[in-house]
Design a protein. Structure first.
Length: 315
């Protein structure tokens, strides 16, 4: 159930696998010059440290990561995209693209048959799985963004690789404006006034330090009650009760094997009725993809998080 829920968001299952399965890895090289026409040959590195040299902009691209698919479409690359993962659902144009299998284990035969110049994958695929695909002769570029800035750097890099630097700048400028809007709204909130927040994206699973979802809470002026943990992890119900969050956020489309929504699960737990967030009806369902997909809409997710935590500021 956890795997299915996160797959829809561009993530995967528990523990290390959810964070990419490879632990800390070098961030991909991001361009620093002003947006303009790309000069080839171009050499860049991905999050695994793999180096790629492009003699020209790739003409046939596959993405097996919903976040990367969103980014590539945002750059106007509909024509170049020849395949996406089974879970890619945004934008609408992605749903009609040929399917290349899952986000952790894509369809190798389908990818090879499509003869792409490059395949993009994201946080869901382990470095081990990436290496296996590379052994099959598939040119695969992996990302592993940990912060919102990483997400923007990735988009900038895609713009450079695909010779769409102006389009990439337009996307990241909009994202920066979203961040600035939220930061302006919460700038006068003192440390002792920050509301305590618990986020649950799959039953019993939350996120701690070192991941962009935790950063969204911080940027929105909240305090993540799981900030004493690292990465994607299970959290005990007793710990949540003891932390007594003021606000609870959850992925609104998640249901368990019995058809119960995550909201029903959260509100039905023993002892949770005494939590401030539940007593004060401050339990909010958010769009799963905005909350946990590290693509160009992640700052829209930031705005939704801010609105849920401080509705009096973000009306």
């Amino acid at each position: 159930m956890l795997t299915a829920a996160l797959a829809a968001c561009g993530n995967t299952g528990a523990g290390n696998e959810a964070a990419g399965g490879s632990g800390a890895s070098p961030q991909q090289t991001a361009p620093t010059e002003e947006a303009g026409a790309t000069v080839y040959p171009l050499t860049v590195k991905d999050a695994t440290g793999q180096e790629f040299t492009f003699e020209k902009a790739p003409e046939k691209v596959i993405s097996v990561s919903p976040a990367e698919t969103e980014a590539l479409f945002a750059l106007g690359l509909d024509k170049e995209i020849v395949g996406v993962s089974d879970y890619d659902d945004y934008p609408e144009a992605a749903t009609s693209k040929p399917k290349m299998g899952g986000i952790t284990k894509p369809n190798e035969e389908a990818i090879i048959a499509a003869q792409p110049d490059i395949v993009f994958t994201g946080i869901s695929m382990s470095e081990e799985a990436v290496n296996k695909l590379r052994e099959l002769g598939i040119t695969i570029f992996k990302t592993d963004p940990k912060t919102v800035e990483d997400v923007m750097n990735n988009i900038t890099l895609y713009g450079k690789v695909m010779d769409r630097q102006q389009e990439a700048k337009a996307v990241t400028d909009k994202m920066k404006a979203d961040i600035a809007e939220v930061q302006e709204g919460v700038k006068n909130i003192g440390e002792d006034q920050r509301l305590r927040v618990y986020v649950e994206f799959s039953p019993g699973w939350t996120v701690g330090k070192g991941e962009f979802m935790d950063e969204l809470i911080t940027l929105a002026g909240g305090e993540n009650i799981a900030s004493d943990t690292e990465g994607w992890n299970q959290i005990s119900e007793e710990k949540v009760i003891a932390a007594n969050p003021d606000v609870i956020l959850y992925s609104k489309s998640v249901v368990d094997e019995n058809g119960q929504s995550l909201e029903q699960i959260i509100k039905g737990r023993g002892g949770w009725s005494h939590i401030n967030a539940i007593r004060n009806n401050r339990v909010f369902g958010l769009d799963d993809n905005l909350l946990s997909r590290p693509g160009p809409r992640v700052t829209e997710g930031l705005k939704e998080v801010a609105k849920a935590i401080y509705p009096e500021i973000f009306k």
